[in-house]
Write a protein that binds this ligand. Structure first.
Ligand SMILES: Nc1ncnc2c1ncn2[C@@H]1O[C@H](COP(=O)(O)OP(=O)(O)OP(=O)(O)O)[C@@H](O)[C@H]1O
Ligand SMILES: [Mg+2]
Length: 297
């Protein structure tokens, strides 16, 4: 089942619709994003991206710097809106049943027949707020923790916003801190923790809301290789049980192959290929994909 569908998504930065149209026309003629920028002055974030992300998959988005990875992921929680295209999200996907012992676990079975996708670009402010609280969570590259809040308060923040009682949200925060391997740090402040520990807090915070979609933009890129490998393993172990839909951005092919069930490769704002690591290795769509796969350690 598709969880997220991007349909013909294009993003031209800092251009009104008429200005963007001139860039889109050049892109449609096959001009690359660097030449379009030179000719029109507008930056191409994405061009005509069609992508289906399945419910419960860990989907990596790969590409060189400036290829459009962050632009793509920011569309999924509507930090930015596209110049054109549609984004459909199935809001009936329920991942809460998969967590044994999770205090939030919902015992109601998933009703596949009521499957129902919404175009998130049509949400009004209130609906968007609800979507961000209930459907998508984000883990940031530089952790994004609130410095004057304790670890516990940071993790429980999304639940506080939902007006959950203190005792309940602290119980849930403690559960997820334990899940990411962080115990005894509840009352520490972020700057008292190492980078790896801070990102465990970031992960626990994203998981605590138990939203079905997890967005991770270079979430492990700031960490030392050993700590990074530990967090990759932890994410895979969690994903085995949680079955979240995870969109994981990285520019590191080794990381993508290790964690990604499928990988999408971007180049200059265009989606070049989506496939399993084996698809990309054995049937690369072009030289760019082939070079990535042959650079793998
Ligand atoms: N706010 C913005 N205003 C104008 N141009 C932007 C903006 N954000 C991104 N771009 C441009 O859009 C293109 C894609 O940028 P994006 O940040 O999505 O790439 P990325 O793949 O995430 O790169 P990196 O690996 O460096 O994070 C780049 O040419 C970039 O300069
Ligand atoms: Mg980026």
């Amino acid at each position: 089942m598709n969880h997220i569908q991007l349909k013909n998504i294009s993003k031209i930065y800092n251009a009104n619709s008429t200005q963007a149209q001139s860039a889109l026309t050049l892109l449609a003629e096959g001009m690359d994003s660097v030449a379009v920028k030179e000719q029109t002055g507008y930056s191409v974030g994405l061009y005509d991206v069609n992508l289906n992300i399945k419910a419960g998959e860990l989907h990596c988005i790969m590409g060189l710097s400036g290829s459009g990875k962050s632009t793509l992921i920011r569309h999924l929680n509507r930090l930015i809106d596209p110049t054109s295209g549609e984004i459909w999200v199935n809001t009936t996907v329920n991942t809460k049943t998969h967590v044994k012992d999770n205090p939030q676990a919902n015992t109601a079975p998933v009703d596949e027949s009521s499957s129902n996708a919404i175009n998130i670009l049509e949400l009004n402010d209130k609906q968007l707020q609800h979507y961000r609280q209930q459907t998508v969570s984000m883990v940031f590259q530089h952790f994004g923790l609130v410095p004057h809040m304790t670890v516990m308060q940071n993790v429980a923040y999304g639940l506080r916003v939902r007006k959950m009682s203190v005792s309940e949200r602290h119980e849930i925060a403690r559960y997820w801190l334990n899940e990411v391997g962080l115990t005894n740090s509840e009352y520490s402040y972020p700057d008292e923790l190492s980078g790896g520990m801070q990102q465990r807090v970031g992960l626990a915070r994203a998981l605590a809301t138990d939203n079905p979609i997890l967005l991770m933009d270079e979430a492990f890129s700031a960490l030392d290789p050993l700590i990074r490998a530990q967090l990759q393993d932890q994410l895979l172990a969690l994903q085995d049980r949680l079955n979240k839909t995870i969109v994981f951005i990285t520019h590191d092919i080794d990381e993508a192959v290790k964690v990604g069930q499928r990988i999408s490769i971007l180049n200059g704002g265009r989606l070049i290929q989506t496939g399993t690591p084996s698809d990309l290795r054995h049937n690369p769509a072009d030289d760019y994909v082939e070079q990535f796969m042959s650079a793998k350690a």
